[in-house]
Design a binder for this molecule. Structure first.
Ligand SMILES: Cc1cc2nc3c(=O)[nH]c(=O)nc-3n(C[C@H](O)[C@H](O)[C@H](O)COP(=O)(O)OP(=O)(O)OC[C@H]3O[C@@H](n4cnc5c(N)ncnc54)[C@H](O)[C@@H]3O)c2cc1C
Length: 614
């Protein structure tokens, strides 16, 4: 206990506080300095921004680039694309705002040293697909982080933010955040005029395919622990589209991405008997979703749907036909490099399973669901839109400000804007920071007031798992199971089982219904009660404990939203067995939720979808 009794409380004051230094957080930090030359800009990150977030391992492509300098695409085209892929439901104002600025972010990355592949014939960036450009991206994150580090007044690495602080002088206004240093155990109180949450998406809320020997392996980063949602939810920010969890078709066991294979190498899929199968499911899918199946490109969820139906019909596994493309030595190199620059684990899995894609067509699988706002999915916070473009109903303040004053977000945090990926998330961070600086300047001398009582109470709550463990450990004679506390791992597995079995995970092939969801909510409630008894052996486990708290709250949001939307909007992502069809009459809308932390109750409502672009 000696370590913890020496715990210090560190106070940090700032004008703009960025929570999470991934892609969006680095963009926000960089841009906050540009617009706020004299402001104190602080970035706080639970890992180290040098290699943190979903891009930590590097990427092989930047998936959102318009190419306006060569008239390749216009922002309107991207909005149409994202709208089509999300079965009609996106915030077109937010998507347009990102698309019109994203190219400039990519040009900055290149200026800072990111090698972008060039087409030898045209001299333009090498396209992988209509929106993707190819990069030598192993060092993508360190390059982006360097610019953020230079821009920030201070970067605080290794601090897990657990809660936001609210202003005691004005209701519904943010005033900062608290957290702890995962190495020293010091308690941190960040007081700030504006806060930008950029804490990534959520993996490990559903039971993953990889358990036992592969436990922890997931497609989305295992350290994406839903803080982006839990932090705003806890202070009453409205969330949107939390039911729109994503399921990805990926190479089996290593979750290696398929984008470069489909788009650049022109590989294709077939069933176990070497047959094309997608067209077989056309009529059945049309029956469920109507004309959405005729859109081009076919929405991501509907491609999953055909895959799943073919598996259910007993003609799996589905394989990627690589043997043809890999006869070309250039394509073979690209295929391997794609993994070496981004998902080395897939190359290792293939090596260990005697899979050489030149001679064997590798199996694909569908992942467990993830919650995120930056991929072919758009869960996250409900944010105010750009002044020059958002319809009045989507504007209540500053761009990217949530429904809590002074609280902004970007990247996976913000809902309604699919397909932003790494570059779009970075760009949204910049957009949010520009608005946050304006918000701070407009506040003038007015300072949010942090209540001493609030952060002292939170300190007790945050460190309680260490105390629970210390006391409860004495009751154990042998082993690790205690009558008085629950370890974070046990809590995580309990959460994953509930979400998997009741809220449409892999074991039911993503199927759920009202009775299952209702029971799922009851079980989540019981799990929440038990979270007070989490026991943490050390600071590492304390971090796991708070990641679990965040995951549970985000899971509750997912379950409530899934229950509320009585249709199957995205077959292939999840199915409501009691409402198996898409229902544009009643559900061509966003779902919004708000959590009341005093009562523990959720309120849900609909919000209109405005189609701004033809
Ligand atoms: C396997 C994989 C492949 C991908 N492929 C591509 C691709 O080819 N091209 C492309 O453009 N995009 C790709 N993406 C998507 C891209 O990585 C994301 O869109 C982007 O990283 C989202 O940015 P973000 O800032 O919202 O989240 P992140 O970049 O994940 O950053 C979140 C940050 O918040 C920190 N954090 C979390 N919780 C806390 C807390 N409580 N306190 C403090 N800090 C916290 C995290 O440590 C992290 O640094 C891929 C993602 C993955 C996982």
């Amino acid at each position: 206990m000696g370590l913890f009794s020496r715990r210090k409380t560190v106070f940090v004051d700032s004008d703009v506080l960025v929570v999470g230094g991934g892609m969006a957080g680095c963009g926000a930090t960089y841009e906050a300095r540009y617009w706020g030359r004299d402001l104190k800009v602080v970035c706080v990150e639970k890992a180290n921004i040098e290699r943190s977030g979903a891009v930590a391992q590097g990427l092989y492509a930047i998936n959102c680039y318009m190419g306006m300098q060569w008239d390749e695409n216009q922002p309107e085209d991207h909005v149409r694309y994202a709208r089509n892929d999300l079965m009609g439901l996106v915030r077109e104002d937010l998507g347009y705002d990102i698309a019109r600025h994203v190219d400039s972010s990519v040009h900055k990355f290149e200026d800072w040293g990111l090698p972008i592949m060039k087409d030898p014939d045209t001299g333009r960036y090498q396209r992988e697909g209509k929106w993707q450009i190819m990069i030598h991206g192993e060092s993508y994150k360190p390059i982006v982080a360097e610019a953020a580090r230079k821009a920030a007044t201070e970067v605080y690495n290794r601090i897990m933010v657990t809660h936001l602080l609210m202003d005691q002088s004005k209701p519904n206004r943010v005033a900062g955040a608290v957290g702890f240093n995962v190495r020293s155990g010091d308690f941190y109180v960040f007081r700030s005029k504006a806060v930008i949450v950029c804490a990534g998406g959520a993996s490990h809320i559903y039971k993953p395919r990889a358990v036992g020997e592969g436990m922890g392996r997931t497609w989305y980063a295992p350290w994406s622990s839903a803080s982006a949602y839990a932090l705003p939810i806890l202070v009453g920010a409205k969330m949107t589209q939390m039911e729109n969890r994503i399921v990805l078709t990926r190479f089996k066991d290593g979750y290696g991405p398929v984008g470069a294979y489909f788009l650049h190498l022109k590989t294709y899929t077939e069933n176990a008997y070497g047959e094309e199968y997608e067209s077989k499911w056309y009529d059945q899918t049309k029956e469920l979703v109507g004309d959405y199946i005729d859109r081009h490109p076919v929405p991501t969820c509907l491609r999953n749907h055909a895959f799943l139906e073919e598996i259910k019909a007993g003609r799996g596994p589905i394989r990627m036909v690589t043997m043809e493309a890999f006869q070309d030595p250039h394509k073979e190199t690209v295929g391997w490099e794609n993994f070496l620059g981004m998902t080395i684990g897939q190359a290792v899995v293939w090596a260990s399973q005697n899979i050489d894609p030149k001679h064997v067509n590798p199996e694909l699988t569908t992942s467990e669901p993830y919650v995120m706002g930056s991929h072919a999915t758009c869960s996250g916070a409900w944010a105010s839109g750009p002044e020059d473009y958002a319809p009045p109903e989507y504007q209540w303040g500053y761009n990217r400000m949530m429904t809590v004053d002074g609280l902004f977000g970007a990247g996976d945090t913000i809902g309604g804007t699919a397909h932003k990926f790494s570059s779009g998330s970075y760009t949204e961070g910049r957009i949010a920071a520009k608005a946050a600086v304006k918000y701070v300047n407009d506040l003038g001398a007015e300072q949010p007031q942090v209540s001493e009582r609030e952060y002292e109470d939170l300190e007790k709550v945050i460190f309680q798992p260490l105390e629970n463990y210390k006391v409860g450990r004495n009751e154990i004679v042998a082993g690790t199971v205690s009558p008085s506390y629950m370890l974070p791992l046990n809590g995580l597995q309990r959460l994953e089982k509930i979400m998997d079995e009741y809220v449409g995970g892999i074991s039911s092939l993503y199927m759920t219904n009202e009775p299952l969801l209702t029971r799922g909510l009851e079980l989540l409630d019981m799990l929440k009660e038990d979270l007070d008894h989490l026991g943490a052996e050390d600071l590492h486990q304390l971090q796991r404990a708070w990641e679990l708290h965040h995951r549970v709250l985000a899971s509750e949001a997912v379950t409530h939203h899934t229950l509320y939307r009585t249709e199957t909007r995205w077959p292939g992502y999840y199915y409501r067995g009691d409402f198996p069809k898409l229902d544009d009459t009643d559900w061509h809308c966003f779902t919004l939720s708000r959590y009341d932390r005093n009562s523990g109750k959720w309120e849900l409502e609909k919000a209109p979808v405005y189609h701004i672009i033809n």
